[in-house]
Ligand binder design. Structure first.
Ligand SMILES: N[C@@H](CCC(=O)N[C@@H](CS)C(=O)NCC(=O)O)C(=O)O
Length: 207
């Protein structure tokens, strides 16, 4: 498998999944800051110019973190990542993708949405508040369990990556949600997570 990534971006989630599942893979970095996402080659892979993109041995080109995670899970049923009742998994994955992941765009790129520094700051505070409400939702789901659905799976990987953005990307605290901090540390005790971080040149966010 070939996975196109940008270090520390959402593509870290499928990268971790490849390590977790022991899938042989090649990582191809795309420098988004230098505009490589908009190169004709990358646009041919993903017309919106984003990572991740996964090229599979049977010739498929897949985009979207959620779809790639479910594809990998489906290819490796022995990992048990798709429970008998998959609905709670879909619910949590959808929440991470649409409620958490996409709420970071105005925090990272507020100046692309509004034009004055005051408006950027106001937008950022609104989205930080929006995310605080959503961390509480995730924290409730997690409760005292080690992972979101009890046992480890793709929603944990995706959640972990987005949590690192809150801590390292926009330098916010998780002190109001101690179980999320414990969760992050638990994730960073996994060798697959550490291997993917190291490959992308990243330091752990929780430990
Ligand atoms: N919905 C997409 C979002 C992908 C996305 O936003 N990727 C970011 C990095 S986290 C990206 O490549 N941004 C560059 C761009 O959109 O030009 C997914 O789940 O894969």
């Amino acid at each position: 498998m070939k996975l196109y990534i940008a270090p520390g971006a959402c593509s870290l989630a499928p990268h971790i999944a490849l390590h977790e599942l022991g899938i042989e893979h090649e990582i191809v970095p795309i420098n988004l800051r230098k505009g490589e996402g908009q190169s004709p080659e990358h646009l041919a892979r993903n017309p919106v110019g984003a990572v991740p993109v996964l090229e599979t041995p049977d010739g498929r080109t897949l985009t979207e973190v959620l779809a790639i995670l479910l594809y990998l899970a489906g290819q490796h049923p022995q990992a048990g990542w798709i429970p008998d009742d998959p609905v709670p998994l879909y619910e949590r994955l959808s929440f991470v993708a649409s409620e958490l992941h996409k709420s970071f765009y105005p925090l990272f790129f507020g100046e692309r949405i509004v034009s004055t520094p005051e408006a950027v700051a106001e937008l950022a505070e609104a989205y930080r508040q929006r995310l605080r409400v959503r961390w509480s939702r995730v924290s409730q789901w997690l409760g005292e369990q080690p992972y979101l659905l009890g046992s480890f799976g793709p929603a944990d990987i995706y959640l972990y990556v987005i949590l690192t953005w809150w801590l390292k990307g926009i330098k916010q605290s998780l002190e109001d949600w101690p179980n999320l901090v414990q969760f992050g540390k638990r994730m960073e005790a996994r060798s697959a997570v550490l291997a993917a971080l190291e490959h992308e040149g990243l330091r752990p966010a929780f430990t």
